[in-house]
Design a protein around this ligand. Structure first.
Ligand code: NAG
Ligand code: NAG
Ligand code: ZN
Length: 517
């Protein structure tokens, strides 16, 4: 127990605290006014950024990838960041852009993440205005990438305004804006390994993500991980006549189905692979409260929205529990024999299935792959050759503590700027970057991003509402101040504040020599 020894000391503390809050308040207002006054310029620069067709999926657009990276580099420089540079990826062709502002190496470091690459614009004829000639219409910027994720500009503008007026920041900030998110960040791991020192941080803030709606904020606490395999069964050296050979040899399609059948319980819908659930965490009362607060409507979400005849899944769990908190193993592709029009009577030489698992804490994708392979070795039918191949889709599950100082601060600011208590949500899908930041940087990610489902991301007529754009700037300013307050209260600390290179200011940084204030 810590006790304040005398009233004199506590009065002093109170006085200092009041001063801190007063100063913060004064410059915060000035900054918010400056942001308001600059609105037209911010809209103009989003239009300029969106006009670069930085599509990562199309090799022909590589020059635009580099152009967008250069654009971000210039933008981080004008914002007043230091040590700004384009970081080549050691394995892939799409670089990331880095910039930092190191106030004091003893303070925590926040790494702000976003991406400058975008999805292809196809089908272009479905756009009401050209995807890479963005326009302002109905209070939004329309164009590919306006929301996902060139809207991360809001975070840069917030930091810029703070630096202009305060000449400093409440904590150390690093930006990493990558260029391969829309193709699944295939080279993010070697990148993080190569630059782990440059990117060293205490936590990550993702400027890629969104809110439930303009009036309902949400904070993402977790994502499922992934593991995937392909099973190929071969029992013949060619397709053969089903009358001349049928009944006398193994049929690979039948063998595959028999094998797959051993993996799922048809009554409970549980995965029967031994130890598949062994490391799955128990659902907590808090998790159940989050789910209840969502009012998930099975009929609307599963029957009406996607045409399912009825909800169906692992016995003993509700639909949202199944999607958020339980793992699944799904057959995502299956092939073998003739499935065209009419009939062709063959026994196929081979049959193939692709399986994708979605994982939850504390499952490990490598262990799950080993369990699947062991199951297949043990259960495959006779008289056939079975090949199992790992597919690239592999990620650890991600979960972050709602009560961490950073998540608490984000929740507070979301409530303040959007005007409602945020929902705490999980996501059944996978963002490999979140778990990769945990693994390579030892840092958890909080998402502070303002895209809406009505933005039509990845689809024709993508747009980003100017209101959300402006909210994002205000939220970032308030959030960084809130983190500063948490630091002053001693609730948010740099994990390396004693000793080694806490702020991780890169060794080659000219600023790092005099950043110990
Ligand atoms: C494009 O428009 C056509 C015709 O309206 C529609 O059928 C199709 O679903 C649209 N495609 C996308 C991806 O929106
Ligand atoms: C099955 O595997 C055996 C041993 O590797 C090989 O000799 C045989 O050719 C394979 N048969 C087919 C149909 O792939
Ligand atoms: Zn994105």
């Amino acid at each position: 127990m810590l006790r304040v020894p005398s009233t004199r000391v506590s009065a002093k503390v109170a006085f200092i605290l009041i001063l801190i809050f007063k100063c913060t308040f004064a410059s915060e207002n000035k900054i918010l006014e400056a942001l308001d006054g600059n609105e037209a310029a911010y809209v103009k620069e989003l239009l300029e950024f969106v006009s670069i067709p930085s599509v990562s999926a199309i090799p022909d657009n590589q020059k635009d990838i580099l152009k967008a990276a250069d654009w971000v580099k210039k933008r981080l420089k004008t914002a007043g960041l230091q040590n700004v540079r384009v970081l080549e990826n050691p394995k892939g062709p799409r670089p990331a852009v880095y910039g930092e502002f190191i106030v004091d190496t003893n303070l925590p470091v926040a790494l702000i993440y976003g991406h400058y690459d975008v999805q292809p614009a196809d089908p272009v004829e479905n756009w009401s205005s050209p995807p890479f000639k963005p326009i302002v219409k109905d209070g939004a910027v329309w164009g590919r990438g306006a929301s996902d994720d060139k809207s991360h500009l809001g975070a840069i503008q917030a930091v810029e305004a703070m630096l202009k007026i305060d000449k400093t920041l409440p904590l150390n900030i690093k930006f990493i804006i990558e260029g391969e998110e829309e193709i699944g960040s295939p080279y993010l791991e070697p990148f993080l390994e190569e630059y782990s020192e440059t990117l060293a941080c205490d936590f990550v803030i993702s400027a890629d993500g969104g809110q439930t709606s303009e009036t309902q904020p949400s904070l993402t606490l977790g994502l499922r991980g992934a593991a995937a395999i392909e099973i190929e069964i071969t029992s013949l050296n060619r397709d053969v006549h089903s009358g001349m050979y049928g009944g006398a040899v193994q049929n690979p399609a039948r063998a595959l189905i028999q094998l797959l059948y051993t993996m799922f319980d048809p009554v409970t819908n549980k995965v029967l692979v031994k130890d598949f659930y062994k490391k799955v965490r128990k659902i907590t009362p808090e998790d159940r409260d989050d789910i209840l607060a969502m009012n998930f409507d099975d009929t609307a979400e599963l029957v009406q929205a996607i045409g399912a005849l009825e909800p169906l899944g692992e016995e003993g769990f509700s639909s949202l529990e199944r999607i958020w908190l339980r793992p699944t193993l799904e057959i995502v592709g299956i092939a073998g024999g003739y499935a065209g029009a009419g009939i062709k009577t063959v026994l196929p030489a081979t049959a193939v299935a692709k399986l994708a698992a979605r994982l939850v804490p504390d499952q490990d994708p490598k262990e799950i792959l080993a369990l699947l392979e062991a199951h297949i070795q043990e259960h495959h039918p006779k008289a056939c050759n079975v090949t199992v191949r790992e597919l690239g889709f592999k990620a650890f599950p991600f979960v972050t503590d709602r009560n961490s100082p950073v998540n608490t601060a984000a929740a507070k600011i979301l409530k303040e700027v959007i005007g409602a208590e945020p929902q705490y949500v999980r996501n059944g899908a996978t963002i490999p970057a979140m778990a990769a930041f945990q693994k390579y940087l030892g840092a958890e990610t909080t998402t502070l991003a303002f895209a809406l489902s009505s933005d039509a991301v990845h689809a024709p007529n993508e747009r980003y509402s100017l209101k959300q754009y402006s909210t994002s700037r205000v939220a970032y300013v308030k959030f960084l101040y809130e983190l500063g307050t948490e630091i002053k209260r001693g609730r948010l600390k740099s994990k390396n504040s004693e000793g080694s290179n806490a702020a991780g200011a890169s060794r080659d940084s000219p600023e790092s020599d005099h950043s110990e204030l």
